[in-house]
Design a protein around this ligand. Structure first.
Ligand code: UDX
Ligand code: ADP
Length: 462
């Protein structure tokens, strides 16, 4: 029975996943390590509101397990040395330089951790890929471990994480399935069983799918590609709806009632964001190209192109509707996170829409319940579209939605936070420039009520 595990990388995946394993398996010591000392300090902070990531239910899980069998530390070497199973949950961003730039995954953090494991390990280890990785990364990790190690035996497993942000704790506790891929040798199968034994503490065994390593790696990319494809598909239909008088929400309900299609992931939006969908599809596209499958690459790339189109369409609609100029006009953003119930802003549609409007010299005031001004500036600076000074001049964050909307010509809803629905919309209307426009990028508000107040409403796909 495994007694000691560790996880390299205390981010959105590593942190919540290990916290749930620790809560469910009190007899296993779980240590989460990271090179970022600030992040580890935040995980250890006495005030649970100060954890580095926001996830409903996470604080309760951390409260139950931290200090008992869940530990956060920067002592990576010691944690590797003690652990029988090491999870790798470091970031794998899209490469922004050299070969595969803009498409392939940057595996430098994975490689660094593999080398660190190789250097430190004195006993046999099971190394588990948790981060989303290109197919065949396990083989690369294995070759690093086998060639620089100290004669220690390693088994590499792929155990991709399917949690979605904002529902991470529920997704982890009530997973549809757990996927574990490993070598189909006696040692590989034994390693798969060891990891399975951890999950069966709370996941029914029939939901644990065991495969070979490559199937597991490819399944993760495929799952995200299919999910993103559904959103791009319904968003493409939203454009037809706007020109034809059909209502995209009605179309989604009508097709979703077909049990073969299913109702989930058919919500039209200003475009999907998040750290996974775009990165994983680009990864798939890159793999197709390197495997000599350009037609397959083009097929999947279209999902990304449609998503870019949707963000542009939304921003262009704001400019056109505001009499073809937003220069010097205040536009209020409600929401900045890439979806509700998270403070994560990676690839959020909000920053791309802001970028297009700021190119036209709009003055944006953004309010998000969980994202602060510093993060918004970091996102805009990351785009490198203009100087940092210009970003600070054209974009301001507000801590109140009411003052964010005050004197604005238009409101753009970028994230579907529940609280937006219950605002005092009459008060917001009274304090805006007229005509007062609402561009609902999530179709969450009561458009009939807003029109009765006097707003001019533009929704997606209506
Ligand atoms: C996704 C996958 O769902 C998860 O299984 C995987 O492990 C990581 O990637 P995540 O990115 O956290 O999770 O959130 P998700 O709920 O999938 O939403 C992604 C984006 O799609 C968000 O911007 C969301 O607003 C958007 N979306 C989602 C829609 O626009 N319409 C929908 O119907 C669903
Ligand atoms: P994800 O969404 O995949 O969890 P994050 O960026 O939130 O990605 O988290 C990845 C974490 O991995 C970061 O906190 C980063 O500091 C950490 N990390 C990256 N490389 C290493 C490394 N070699 N050793 C330890 N931690 C690392």
């Amino acid at each position: 029975m495994v007694k000691n595990i560790c996880c390299i990388g205390a981010g959105y995946v590593g942190g919540p996943t290990m916290a749930v394993i620790a809560e469910m398996c009190p007899e296993i010591k779980v240590t989460v390590v990271d090179v970022n000392a600030n992040r580890i300090d935040a995980w250890n902070s006495a005030d649970l509101d100060k954890l580095p990531i926001y996830e409903p239910g996470l604080a309760e899980v951390v409260r139950a397990a931290r200090g008992r069998n869940l530990f956060f530390s920067t002592d990576i070497e010691n944690a590797i040395d003690e652990a029988e199973i090491i999870f790798m949950s470091v970031n794998t961003p899209t490469k922004n330089y050299g070969k595969g730039k803009g498409m392939g995954a940057d595996l430098k953090y994975i490689e660094l951790s593999a080398r660190q494991i190789a250097k430190v390990a004195k006993t046999d280890k099971i190394v588990v890929e948790k981060s989303t990785l290109p197919v065949r990364t396990a083989a690369a990790i294995k070759s690093i471990l086998d060639n620089t190690g100290n004669g220690v035996k390693f088994q590499i497993l792929s155990n991709p994480e399917f949690l979605a942000e904002g529902t991470a704790i529920n997704d982890l506790k009530n997973a549809d399935r757990v996927l574990i891929g490993g070598d189909q040798t006696d040692e590989g199968l034994a390693a798969i069983e060891k990891l399975t034994a951890i999950y069966v503490h709370w996941i029914p065994r029939h939901k644990i799918i065991q495969t070979n390593v490559w199937s597991s790696e490819l399944s993760k990319l495929t799952a995200n590609a299919f999910l993103a494809q559904r959103i791009s598909s319904i968003n493409s239909i939203s454009a037809i709806c706007e020109k034809s008088g059909a209502d995209v929400d009605e179309v989604a309900r009508a097709i979703g009632a077909d049990s073969r299609i299913g109702a989930k992931f058919l919500k039209t939006s200003v475009g999907f964001g998040g750290s996974c969908f775009q990165k994983d599809i680009l990864n798939l596209v890159y793999i197709c190209k390197t495997l000599g499958l350009p037609e397959v690459a083009d097929y999947w790339e279209q999902v990304i192109l449609m998503n870019d189109y949707q963000k542009h369409r939304f921003a262009d609609n704001i400019i056109t509707t505001l009499y073809n100029t937003v220069s010097g006009k205040k536009i209020a953003f409600l929401g900045w996170a890439f979806k509700k119930d998270t403070n994560d802003t990676r690839e959020t549609a909000a920053m791309y829409v802001a970028d297009i409007l700021m190119n036209d010299l709009a003055e944006i005031t953004a309010y998000d319940p969980k994202v602060n001004q510093e993060q918004m500036y970091a996102d805009m600076d990351y785009l490198h579209s203009r100087t940092e000074d210009e970003n600070r001049k054209l974009l301001k964050a507000d801590t109140s939605p009411y003052s964010a909307c005050k004197s604005a010509h238009a409101i753009a809803v970028l994230t579907e936070w529940d609280e937006f629905i219950s605002y005092d919309w009459q008060r917001i209307y009274d304090n805006m420039m007229k005509p007062a426009f609402v561009f609902d990028g999530r179709n969450i508000l009561d458009h009939k009520k807003l029109r009765e107040i006097g707003f001019k409403v533009r929704a997606i796909g209506k």
